[in-house]
Design a protein around this ligand. Structure first.
Ligand SMILES: [Cu+2]
Length: 308
């Protein structure tokens, strides 16, 4: 697999990947959340980017080939959770459960429910399946799971700069991957939450959770689902602002930082189907969040890159 993918780089295009030209872009922004500041110019070399987030069908092939067991499927190590109720130290993951009505938006435990047995195969817990969701992005994957997939595929995870640059699709400085207007001529461009979060799901697109990749229009580079649907892991270590990274913008890379600890956080990008302007206006290329590497949820997935 690895050699096959590598060798195609210099010949024809790798399957379902898009060539992103080298360039300079404005990373971050000043109009929304503090962690996106400062906006600054960043150079990115050319690379290939997966056209869409890794799907359940693709992830299943990886698991079949490698026997990989995801973070959510492992029994948590008691040493990592001192004082935890032993009954809670079983495999599981965070599942979104809409509330009955309005709740304080500063308390995410109201709508995130830790469900024993929830994992990528059972996204809502025991009894749920992937049936009909083969083309949806895989979810409930931790950073190490994403990295393991990428390495198996002979690829890597993008840096935050690579992710943001490619998500912008050549629209430097625009709010969304397609421009500045959220719904140009009334058209829904991404799988995000419509209505008052986390209880009123108006579903104008008919979607409850994730959506099949490629359901919405691609960006200027031909990338799908860079906004909404699922957040995507990057390799970039989380910092509360870009300023802390200003000296060392990771174009790339060298060997991946494979060793992670329980407390480590990486940047996730793109927002998800649970982002609503009233709560979290993060379905924008500049938006970013830090996510604990071993924390898996039903709205975080990933896609890969390939560098020459
Ligand atoms: Cu959000």
């Amino acid at each position: 697999m690895l050699e096959e993918t590598r060798s195609t780089v210099h010949g024809r295009a790798p399957k379902n990947m898009v060539r992103i030209p080298a360039g300079r872009f404005t990373m971050g922004g000043t109009d929304f959340y503090p962690e996106e500041r400062p906006a600054r110019k960043v150079d990115v070399g050319e690379f290939w980017m997966d056209e869409h987030p890794v799907t359940n069908a693709e992830f299943r092939r990886f698991v079949k080939a490698t026997g990989h067991i995801t973070v959510a499927e492992r029994v948590p190590d008691a040493a990592d959770f001192p004082g935890a109720n032993p009954a809670m130290l079983v495999p599981g993951s965070q599942v979104f459960v809409p509330t009955e009505g309005p709740v304080p938006l500063d308390d995410w435990t109201r709508w995130w429910c830790w469900v024993p047995g929830a994992d990528w195969r059972q996204p809502e817990g025991p009894g749920s399946t992937l049936h009909g969701r083969e083309r949806h992005p895989v979810v409930h994957v931790g950073y190490e799971d994403a990295l393991a997939y990428a390495q198996w595929a002979g690829k890597d995870l993008p840096t935050e700069a690579e992710w943001e640059y490619s998500a912008r699709g050549g629209f430097d400085g625009a709010t969304y991957p397609w421009g500045n207007e959220f719904m140009p001529r009334g058209k829904i461009m991404a799988n995000t939450w419509h209505g008052r979060f986390p209880w009123e799901n108006l579903r104008p697109h008919g979607l409850d959770r994730t959506s099949p990749v490629r359901q919405f229009p691609p960006n200027g580079y031909g990338l799908y689902d860079v906004s909404g649907n699922v957040w995507e892991w990057t390799r970039t270590e989380w910092t509360a602002s870009h300023a802390e990274l200003a000296e060392a913008v990771p174009h790339c890379c060298g060997p991946s930082h494979d060793q992670v600890t329980e407390e480590d956080r990486r940047v996730i990008k793109g927002g998800s189907h649970l982002c609503a302007p009233s709560y979290c206006h993060r379905y924008r290329p500049a938006a970013r969040q830090g996510h604990a590497v071993r924390s898996s949820t039903g709205h975080v997935g990933f896609r890969c890159v390939l560098r020459d």
